[in-house]
Design a protein around this ligand. Structure first.
Ligand code: ZN
Length: 175
């Protein structure tokens, strides 16, 4: 018995590569993939149109440096970033300003903890069965926790792998 990577329900796999319980769940994965591809294409288009410009619009800055609009507007309000087009509705940001600020933020004293990169190499992972055995919980409980904590999974052959680091953190703290 396998568990669907979308809804977590157990299902009987039709072939070795099946990871979804139903057409509905495989469509969900397909749609998410398409959405992500579309977002990335839009981002690339924005990057291309601003290539070589010294002054960037808010949209261009946010795409290029992967920051949110509220963050950028906050920096402008706080005077950390200058609007090079004051008085006009279109805010323009100098690349040198934003890169200067981002460099300051790289200072280790100010740095906020970075989002950890997940390793999904088998040696850094448990299989679902191993998690279930180690923490004496059912596989469905393992899956519901993976979803709740947005832990990534990787299917290799018949096994679903999940990062040890995150699993230990979740289940140790919940004990
Ligand atoms: Zn499903």
């Amino acid at each position: 018995m396998r568990h669907c990577i979308v809804c977590g329900k157990p299902f009987l796999a039709k072939n070795v590569d099946s990871v979804h319980c139903s057409k509905k769940c495989s469509n969900e994965t397909y749609r998410n993939k398409k959405r992500a591809e579309k977002r990335e294409m839009e981002r690339q288009a924005i990057l291309a149109e601003s290539e070589g410009n010294a002054l960037l619009t808010v949209v261009q800055v946010c795409s290029r440096y992967q920051i949110s609009r509220p963050t950028l507007y906050r920096w402008i309000r706080q005077g950390k970033i200058k609007d090079h087009n004051p008085g006009d509705r279109m805010t323009l940001i100098d690349i040198a300003d934003i890169e200067g600020l981002l460099d300051i933020r790289k200072n280790p004293l100010e740095e906020t903890p970075k989002k950890r990169l997940y390793s999904l190499e088998p040696e850094d992972c448990y299989t679902i069965g191993e998690v279930s055995k180690k923490y004496r919980i059912s596989e469905s409980t393992v899956y519901s926790n993976l979803r709740r904590h947005s832990i990534p999974m990787r299917q290799i052959g018949r096994f679903v792998y999940v990062p040890k680091f995150d699993i230990d953190k979740i289940f140790k703290s919940e004990k």
